[in-house]
Write a protein that binds this ligand. Sequence first.
Ligand code: ZN
Length: 386
Amino acid sequence: MRNLPLAAATAALSLVLGARAEIDLKNFDLTVKTEDDFYHHVNGTWLKNNPIPADRSVWASYSEIDERNQTNLRTLCERVAAKTDGAAPVEKMVGDFYASGMNEAVINALGAKPLQPELDGIAAVKTPVDVLKAIAHLQSLGVAVGFAFGSSPDLKQSDRETGRIGQAVDRQEWGMTPPTVNAYYRATNNEIVFPAGILQPPFFDFKADDAVNYGGIGAVIGHEMTHGFDDSGSKYDAHGNLNNWWTEESAKNFKARTTAIVKQFAAYEPLPGVHLNGELTQSENIADLGGVKIAYYALQKALPDKPRDPVNGFTPEQRFFLNYATIWRDQMRPEEARRRVNIDPHSPGQFRANGPLSNLDEFAKAFSIPDESPMRRSPETRVTIW
Ligand SMILES: [Zn+2]
């Protein structure tokens, strides 16, 4: 999905956007207390009103955006494909590409024949080196073989694997298409990337106030930045090279803190009796905790010039945390939840919201969370990494 000119071209055309980033009380479940389970307090009614579609295993905040992006892209493609004259070059390219993809009669008549040279190439693979070459070639065509650019937020491992395969790294090349609802950090380039696809509500809305945007895309930006300093990103230096730049003492302290976050998340049960894998989710949990904290302090820097009046009865700090819980809303079928526990480095949304917030004094202060409540971890178990 990396080299499609179509994706870049369609993104250059104007999109019809929907939805607003707004703290919406209609999505709350006020029977759940803030201090007991902030995620369900903020999202309880949304979860009830947005069941998982029959053909899906997951439905989340980013699924809504992705669906809208797909609809927008299709509308654009149909519009330019229907243009008989006066089409700009970019419109002509997109229109022709789309029309060729929709021409079922020709596609059915040709069958798999156009793929034959590629299939022959795969059939000719004999040695491990041939396998690597074949994967590199297919990846360059946009075929996700060997490893994939998936759709759950941020995919740094994939990028590292690209480097490992030894393809020449084009430092200007994006690892995601513009409409992708996602973001990533790439250690080897020391870069963070946010495609246009994610710059939409509830992550970002240029009409929303700073508190809402910092709690949304701000926390995502902070998350990607923190990946540079998580358990694996910290092994790379400022030039993107594997290089130990830590003092022994800092490394020791870091290890003690990350062990605490592994323990925290290993205690969570997405399904009765099924625990999260604290090691597998470690990097992402470190990034979530660091990210929301960076974004909170960035908001504090931005606020002095802005009105602090409560909106809908909420202070800026409260709106920041309310939107943070909103961006992580998701639900999945039990089978999918069980599968992800084994393979997904990201924790389910409920824990991405409640896990970091229950460690933060800033959150406890914003909502006057009493000590010894579920959303306020005890001083001995409270985790601070960055
Ligand atoms: Zn991440």
